[in-house]
Design a protein around this ligand. Structure first.
Ligand code: HSE
Length: 425
């Protein structure tokens, strides 16, 4: 039986899960895949951690050179995260002709062209299923199952931390701060939660997924990004009353104007399949010209779900003699002919604080009219004294027109805009 040696760089949560799956299922893969996948070494400075997971002492390495020089290692799994050491180690492994399996979305998003070049030079594989949406096999689905299609749109809840926080705010009336603390206590959010709550994590993933879906490099710099830190209880309550759930959506669309890529909190109608994706679960909802709508749902993080994606890549590499690479032109930037319009169109929710007096609404709707913004729905709630909260849902409008209207309303002395959220109509 063919024997394939694996090295795991980093035995954190995902590295530990990967080690557990590979050791527990070794015989199963011998039987079902006709291959013996053996963990030959791990790179881990915390020796106690490695020993506690059952790694034999002689397999624990502290230096990348020991790993990449080992002729018994065929596949190197990078689960360190971040850029600096991870990039250096991945390049060292590829340059030594080892196939690399990585869960590192930031690394793959920013440097896939450089890594893929190094892999191709050595005829080595480079696999990244675990970089996007954890255990949900979205990369393989785009690379294989949906290749027949022009993908025209993709909408995903691809960050579990923010979905958990928004679910708690919505279902239990928690404040953003309390929901974040709860997410940190459960290990979903990091001590520094910026990458998740400001949408960076989702934007890295969207850049990778859109590159595959739309067959061109979609650079991270082209992804419009807005996080969830400004979300208020008032906005969530308004949404509920109007029939919407609030989700941090990653949206990729191929339109006549070009490729739209954006990550932002979005109101989704309660009967939309994505509205039912709660807590730390993830989902991606795609439309292809032949297949129609497809939705994938599952766990986007965690030791075993992400380990599942990594081990699937290991099995693919171990059982195929030819490496396969991304299906887009993998360059640092997209071709000059590809347009990434920033003036996209969407429906919008706006919540305004106003002074409740004659003529106020007329002035506001006049600004909307001049910006070609048409109103679908409007509600006013009288608050204390002469104050009122007014909410609007618009028809599809241009992003730049909304921004211009917001700045003009904010310049009025009797009105200010508290929230602007995009709506999937
Ligand atoms: N931090 C991510 C999330 C998981 O909350 O979904 C890894 O990308």
């Amino acid at each position: 039986m063919k024997k394939v040696g694996v090295a795991i760089l980093g035995l954190g949560v995902v590295g530990g899960g990967t080690y557990q799956i590979l050791t527990q299922n070794r015989e199963f893969y011998q039987k079902t895949q006709d291959v013996d996948i053996v963990v030959e070494s791990v790179l881990e400075l915390n020796r106690e951690r490695a020993l506690s997971l059952g790694v034999p002492a002689e397999k624990i390495m502290t230096n990348i050179a020991e790993v990449v020089c080992n002729p018994d290692v065929n596949i190197v799994v990078e689960v360190i995260g971040g850029i600096d050491a991870a990039k250096e180690y991945v390049l060292a492994a590829l340059n030594a002709g080892k196939t690399v399996v990585t869960s590192n979305k930031e690394l793959f998003c920013k440097y896939s062209h450089e890594l893929e070049r190094a892999a191709k030079r050595q005829n080595a594989g480079l696999y990244f299923e675990a970089s996007c949406v954890g255990g949900v096999p979205i990369i393989r689905t785009l690379l294989d199952g949906l290749q027949a299609n022009h993908i025209t749109s993709m909408m995903g809840i691809i960050n579990g931390t923010t979905n958990y926080i928004l679910t708690k705010m919505s279902n239990e009336g928690m404040t953003y701060e309390d929901a974040l603390k709860e997410a940190q206590r459960l290990g979903y959010a990091e001590a520094n939660p910026t990458a998740d709550v400001e949408g960076f994590d989702a934007a890295y993933k969207l850049s990778i997924l859109s590159s595959l879906a739309f067959h061109t490099k979609v650079p991270f710099s082209k992804v419009f990004r807005e996080g969830i830190t400004q979300i208020t209880q008032e906005a969530i309550a308004d949404g509920k009353q109007l029939g919407y759930c609030l989700k941090l959506l990653a949206i990729g669309k191929q339109t006549d104007a070009g490729i739209e890529v954006r990550v932002h909190p979005t109101f989704v109608r309660k009967d939309h399949p994505l509205a039912a994706v709660n807590d730390s679960f993830n989902a991606v909802y795609l439309h292809g010209d032949a297949v129609d709508d497809v939705m994938l749902y599952g766990r986007g993080a965690g030791a075993l779900p992400t380990g599942s994606a990594i081990v699937s890549d290991i099995i693919y590499a171990a059982t195929h003699s030819e490496s396969r690479y991304s299906t887009f032109k993998n360059t640092a930037n997209a071709d000059k002919s590809v347009n990434f319009p920033s003036d996209f169109s969407s429906a919008y929710y706006l919540r305004l604080s106003v002074t409740d007096r004659t003529g106020v609404l007329a002035k506001i709707t006049n600004i909307f009219g001049k910006n070609n913004i048409s109103i679908v729905e409007m509600q006013q709630k009288i608050l204390d004294g002469d104050k009122a909260a007014v909410t609007f849902i618009t028809h599809e409008s241009r992003e730049l027109a909304i921004r211009d209207a917001v700045s003009k309303i904010n310049a009025l002395e009797f009105a200010s805009v508290d929230s602007v959220l995009r709506v999937v109509s």
